[in-house]
Design a protein around this ligand. Structure first.
Ligand SMILES: [Zn+2]
Ligand SMILES: [Zn+2]
Length: 259
């Protein structure tokens, strides 16, 4: 038996505790603040009194410190809200844990809170989790961990920068560019004519653009995915999609059973 620690993170009502108790076998360790609160006498399953919450948090931290200091073989499940990627990563590093983010989406969490007749504070707690999770800083920390679809290395998007470079470096791509320039006359983004004689530094000069961007996993040599575009239109579009990516939250692992 090897040491195996799973950090299950996610918003209130995402099903973290349920998942931990489904996965845990007799003899496994489960560290779950709600469970500790109940052992301390809380009559509620969640949203305990402030006093019990504080005491349960202290005990949870003590259990986590003990787990971090103990390198023996153990199977443990740690349940934490940890909305920020940095929090999850720091805790996972301390515990030697892998992270499983359970994120069914804010609407589903709220629906479950209503269905389970959770106290009103639950809705605020769910909104807070998503508000914290959606900061741009968090997005960057999250996206760094994502493996590239081609090489499996760290990527800030679906495909890493090096693989995008490699795909654009070869003769097949140059042949495809020449074909697009011969077949198309107008910019697919702004719809205006492209003067193909302008030198490459000119903002209105010709470029060949991937409709579904390479970094987002688009096909490099699919004729339907490559279009003629002005340099400025192409750059503007990729800047906009980069900004969009920074705003979208991309979970590490979403448990399919909870989606
Ligand atoms: Zn790659
Ligand atoms: Zn254009």
């Amino acid at each position: 038996m090897a040491r195996s620690v799973l950090l299950i993170a996610g918003p209130p009502c995402s099903g973290k505790s349920t998942l931990a108790h489904e996965l845990a076998r007799p003899g496994d360790l489960v560290i779950d603040r709600d469970l500790i609160a109940r052992q301390l006498g809380s009559s509620r399953t969640h949203m305990h009194t402030p006093y019990i919450t504080r005491l349960a948090e202290q005990r949870t931290r003590a259990h986590l410190a003990a787990l971090a200091a103990d390198h023996r073989e153990i199977t443990a499940y740690v349940v934490r809200c940890a909305p920020r990627a940095r929090q999850r990563e720091a805790l996972a590093a301390r515990l030697g844990a892998t992270v499983r983010l359970v994120d069914p989406g804010i609407d589903e969490c709220q629906r479950r809170a209503r269905a389970a007749r959770r106290p009103p504070g639950t809705f605020q707690a769910i909104r807070q989790w998503y508000a914290r999770a959606e900061s741009a800083q968090d997005e960057r920390a999250l996206s760094v961990r994502r493996p590239c679809m081609d090489c499996g290395g760290p990527a800030t998007s679906v495909r890493c920068g090096r693989c995008c470079e490699r795909l654009r470096a070869g003769r097949p791509w140059r042949t495809m560019q020449a074909r697009v320039c011969a077949e198309e006359t107008h910019c697919w983004i702004c719809g205006q004519w492209v003067d193909q004689d302008l030198h490459t530094g000119h903002p209105r000069s010709r470029t060949v653009d991937h409709v579904h961007a390479l970094r987002d996993g688009g096909a490099v040599l699919d004729r339907d995915n490559v279009r003629l575009a002005h340099r400025s239109c192409n750059t503007g579009r990729s800047n906009r999609s980069r900004a969009g990516r920074a705003q979208r939250r991309t979970p590490l692992i979403v448990d399919p059973r909870t989606v």
